[in-house]
Design a binder for this molecule. Sequence first.
Ligand code: ZN
Length: 301
Amino acid sequence: MMKKIISLAVATAVLTACSTVSMTGRKQLNLVSESEILSASLSEYQSYMKTAKVSTDANATAIVKNVAQRIAAAAEAYLTATGQTADLQNYAWEFNLTQDANLNAFCMPGGKIVVYSGMLGLIGNGADRDDELAAVIGHEVGHAIAKHGQERASQQLLQQMGGSVLGAVVGGASTQTQQAIATAYGMGTQYGALLPFSRKHELEADYIGIVLATIAGYDADAAVTLWQKMEAASGGSNPAPFMSTHPSSSKRISELQKSIPKVKAEYGAVYQQATAPAATTTTKNSTKTTTTNKGTGFKIG
Ligand SMILES: [Zn+2]
């Protein structure tokens, strides 16, 4: 009897603890509070930055900061346009280039963005440099705004707590929640914040990445050339961290190629109008159009 009541309570808690990823319409589990995720990821970021070597290359740093800033602005424009203004307060953006030869980048919940110099080196200095960088950063910010870390911590919590998960949700069993967050983020492991995301999260972040790049005025086609470079660079027996945490490059390239024309049509003109300086009176109408269109054109098998 008691067991029945508990599992009913768990089911209820899980059902009521769902939220929706607005850009794709996908439902996700959400058992961990925003504030717990933010404080845990902030301390993870701070401890990373303590040991990381910040790049002394002023030129390269300026390139990364410029693109990251524009992607962050695009994310804020999107959240504002779709009425997710409560989420805006969670972001205190920071942009860094760190000296690390690995092909990697991340964005913590709360907007702490780090690009490794190895990634910038792979992209090179061609005409599409900023577009490819926008694809990398857009992807990482995509994980953040879709709250993939929170979802993963919630799944971890559910697994860890079993029948007493309701207590964690209602009573705020903080130790358990903290442990779930720590496990979900792989804290203390060699990957830091970079524990592999699921394939579903990866494809969703790819999609959000090209949306953000498009809103920011970059060419989303660069996501394809970026992944081709990544694939070529990781051909050996020792794949790059970004690769090993971001699997199946041929699948993601074909998904990107399907989504890019739709994303350009859906988000390009609307937001460029909305963000134009003289377009204040049309901003609301334009963004309403976007709201009704959200969630279209994205399917993961
Ligand atoms: Zn990813």
